[in-house]
Design a binder for this molecule. Sequence first.
Ligand SMILES: Cc1cc2nc3c(=O)[nH]c(=O)nc-3n(C[C@H](O)[C@H](O)[C@H](O)COP(=O)(O)OP(=O)(O)OC[C@H]3O[C@@H](n4cnc5c(N)ncnc54)[C@H](O)[C@@H]3O)c2cc1C
Length: 323
Amino acid sequence: MKSFEYVRASGIADAQDTAGRIIAGGTNLIDLMKHQIETPPRLVDVTRLDMTEIEQSAHSLRIGALVTNSDLAAHDTVRRDYPVLSRALLAGASGQLRNKATTGGNLLQRTRCPYFYDTTQPCNKRVPGSGCPAKEGINRILAVLGTSPHCIATHPSDMAVAMRALDARVEIESPNRGTEMLTLDEMYVLPGDDPSKETVLEAGDLITAVHLPQPPKGKQTYRKVRDRSSYAFALVSVAGIVDVEDGKITEAALAFGGLAPRPWRDGTVEDVLVGEAPSDALFDKAADVLLQDAQGFGENDFKIPLARRTLKAVLAELTGVTQ
Ligand SMILES: Cc1cc2nc3c(=O)[nH]c(=O)nc-3n(C[C@H](O)[C@H](O)[C@H](O)COP(=O)(O)OP(=O)(O)OC[C@H]3O[C@@H](n4cnc5c(N)ncnc54)[C@H](O)[C@@H]3O)c2cc1C
């Protein structure tokens, strides 16, 4: 590991250090530093800042950026009103990791692409312009939607997938832009020509909280398919929220993990469902729309039919249709 300076932020202004890197739980950043994938000259520890509360108001639930994944999953309001989030959190990592991992850090954790981690290999995300061997190489866990010729990495967070389905907004304190509230689609960028850039955040930007709007109507679930039943990242995951009234789907929110460089949500999939009576044929139509532009790279081709089956299973569970 390269040597670095360590400082403790005692206020937001200290944390907005454009030459330093924020450290919260450290469960991702420290690994990346040990592999010399990230070599920040200075770590700014934000864990003493006042960002540990979950506050409920008439319009939203405000989750402080330092709320741990364990505390968020176990929170009474989250379990009762946002069970998709609680389930997604509990499907991630392990108990020990969730006790350290924070809401802000979870959103900004980096990909698990094996080429990103292997510093003997080229990787456009780690060393821009060096190439992407993953497309013809080991790509079993990598993306089939939203990729670019320069990168096929997936975003690894389970929590962010549930937050995407819940229309969460991220509160950011920026030294240049002031306070901002961004949806996850606004915050995360697709790889395009520069996969090293994963969000619109700039140096010194601090995530202070995540806001969830009022609980959505309908049933919620999170289904994660992975190689082991715990302690493994998603091959495919679906966060689903569906309301059925008088035999018709009235509302649907669906977000997907393991498929794309950011938590994936496609409104046209939801449009197929809303206003229709739930049925196996309808669910197939929704999967057709979701996967119409999906592209496999060999080892990960299986994700395309797996995504179809997982989406259909989630829709069947949420609407009571027997498959
Ligand atoms: C073995 C293992 C298995 C795992 N399995 C899963 C899994 O199945 N599903 C899953 O979703 N995750 C999984 N994880 C990842 C884990 O959830 C993340 O490591 C964790 O959520 C990161 O949070 P942290 O607070 O430790 O972040 P840190 O490591 O402290 O930081 C991560 C990044 O976020 C930035 N950052 C942190 N806080 C802020 C803030 N407030 N404002 C701005 N920037 C900030 C840091 O600068 C850094 O770039 C796994 C991790 C490990 C090690």
